[in-house]
Design a binder for this molecule. Structure first.
Ligand SMILES: [Zn+2]
Length: 369
């Protein structure tokens, strides 16, 4: 039955009709609000590239969490900014680590709130990578070859240009000196991730959420939790986490930018959907209770494919860059902020995520309330 019998506009005529036939609904109880906890007292330090998002000391985090809970948001995920960083990520697994402190306070003060704990090492490592780094200095052969090239360039020039050409020729050498070959060691990192997970769960974290992208970490964490008697602590794995430019503002918020190199050797390549399915499948085999895709909006097809294929609760992380773009454009009056915010969240929900981690959680909950 085609036009003029069929007119799809009939059901779009009023807001009430549109609402009646809506296929996808947003509710605050699918939101998780990310929080960044820092040492000190009375601290609320706004993140420059994420207006409205703050680094919070534990006392302020409690106030924030009370507000979040009152808005009908069931859960927060905690990230930590440690007092100091080192090469074994002590701040991640220490009993008095910053997230452990926050977890104890939040469990006590806001008992109804579900606490997720992000498990990664980058915020606690002096080098900012998500695992243990094994470094090897640049080979002597390569250094000698570079030096010879520099001398050759200088030798063919003379006069006034000499100083300039020496500088130009040695520039790459200087840059080379700061570069060295390194590897993020997978299996040795698992130990620290497992230790962190047990420590967080003991401090009151309800759901362990590993985001490091080391192979085998879900199994290692499950084993460690079970051995510690924490058999009822679920794992939400960041199963398909892509190496993404959209994480930029987060690195300011969590002070976790890598000091050298990037994360492409462990986070996923944005080109690969089938590999994302393999990542998820493996995490499920290893014992993940819930799975996550991150970022959200540039990877809606991955969310949709995961929803089709797997029956576990599916989460998506609307990341800092997604948030920052909306906020920045809105500040310039280039877009209607609330409208774009809700549309972006709806698209993530429609793609199939039932849980959405988002910095917009509070404002979206207010609009839905
Ligand atoms: Zn990390």
């Amino acid at each position: 039955m085609a036009f003029p019998i069929t007119r799809l506009r009939r059901l779009r005529r009023t807001a009430e009709l549109r609402n009646l036939v809506a296929e996808t609904r947003l509710t605050p109880d699918s939101f998780v609000y990310p929080m960044f906890v820092c040492p000190g007292e009375g601290i609320r330090k706004e993140v420059g590239s994420m207006p409205g998002v703050c680094n919070l000391s534990v006392d302020e985090a409690v106030k924030e969490a009370e507000q979040v809970h009152a808005l009908g948001i069931p859960s927060v995920i905690l990230f930590g900014l440690p007092e100091k960083k080192d090469d074994i990520a002590t701040g991640a697994w220490a009993d008095d680590g910053i997230v452990q402190q926050a977890a104890r306070a939040l469990k006590r003060e806001v008992p109804g709130l579900i606490l997720m704990g992000d498990v990664c090492l980058c915020e606690y490592m002096s080098h900012g990578h998500c695992g243990i780094v094994k470094a090897a200095p640049q080979s002597l052969g390569a250094a000698a070859r570079d030096a010879m090239n520099a001398v050759r360039v200088v030798a063919v020039k003379g006069g006034d240009e000499k100083a300039k050409s020496i500088e130009a020729a040695t520039q790459p050498l200087v840059a080379q000196a700061g570069r060295f070959e390194y590897e993020i060691v997978n299996d040795a990192s698992l130990e620290l991730l497992a230790r962190t997970s047990v420590s967080l769960a003991k401090a009151g974290i309800d759901i362990i959420a590993p985001s490091d992208m080391m192979d085998g970490r879900v199994a290692a964490i499950r084993r460690a939790l079970d051995e510690a008697g924490l058999i009822n602590t679920p794992i939400l794995s960041y199963a398909a986490k892509f190496a993404s430019g959209f994480y930029g503002p987060f690195r300011e918020a969590a002070d976790s930018a890598p000091q050298f190199g990037d994360r492409r050797s462990y986070q996923m390549d944005g080109a690969n959907l089938r590999e994302a399915m393999r990542e998820i499948e493996l995490d499920i085999e290893e014992g993940a209770d819930m799975i996550m895709v991150k970022p959200a909006m540039p990877y809606l097809d991955v969310i949709a494919a995961a929803r089709q294929r797997f029956d576990l609760p599916l989460a998506a992380y609307q990341v800092s860059g997604e948030y920052a773009m909306i906020e920045a454009a809105a500040r310039n009056n280039w877009i209607d902020r609330d409208r774009v915010m809700m549309e972006s969240l709806l698209s993530i929900r429609r793609a199939g995520a039932s849980i959405i981690l988002t910095y917009h959680a509070k404002d979206a909950a207010r609009l839905l309330g």
